[in-house]
Write a protein that binds this ligand. Structure first.
Ligand SMILES: [Cu+2]
Length: 176
């Protein structure tokens, strides 16, 4: 017996499958660009700051929507000194001198030759603290000001509700 689907349902299934293949990318046999090597290398332990981070893919990648970031041990600090550049299969970004020792992460997103995005991370470790500072003080202060604001209205509302309840209870008790 073959299972029979109504035409609209079959159409939906086919469209859904096509959308998945497009959005999710695809089996390993697809022609996505593959990261071959990096500098610093994956899981490398280095004692001095590299001047740049470099990724080498198996084929030329498109120079569009390229993102190449190096994140510090705190997970949020950026250490790139300039935007990334793409030359054929080589994607690189110049780095500021790194700062605290610890786990760093190269985070990348490039556009495959077939137009699909390829992204990933490459961890490495800095074993000795470098001279770099995490981020400009001005930027830090600004973000703290924005994040540090606590809205007052929940406290005011909560206080009013508590007061109202207290009055009601007090009135009932005094009547009883
Ligand atoms: Cu692809």
């Amino acid at each position: 017996m073959t299972s029979r689907l109504s035409f609209p349902l079959r159409t939906a299934v086919v469209l859904g499958a096509a959308a998945c293949a497009t959005l999710l990318g695809a089996p390993a046999s697809d022609a996505h660009s593959v990261l071959l090597s990096s500098s610093p290398a994956r899981d490398a332990a280095i004692a001095t700051s590299p001047a740049e981070a470099v990724l080498v893919f198996n084929e030329s990648v498109e120079n569009s929507f390229t993102e190449l970031a190096v994140l510090g041990p705190d997970g949020g600090s950026h250490w790139e000194a300039a935007p990334a550049s793409v030359v054929d299969a080589r994607v690189s970004v110049p780095l500021r001198p790194l700062g605290p020792a610890g786990a760093y992460t190269i985070r990348y997103r490039v556009t495959s030759a077939d137009g699909h995005p390829v992204s990933g991370t490459v961890p490495f470790r800095l074993t000795a603290a470098g001279p770099g500072a995490a981020s400009p003080p001005a930027a830090t202060a600004a973000s703290q000001g924005a994040d540090g604001t606590v809205p007052l209205w929940p406290w005011i509302t909560g206080g009013a509700v508590l007061l109202g309840t207290g009055f009601a209870v007090a009135r009932r008790l005094s009547r009883g």
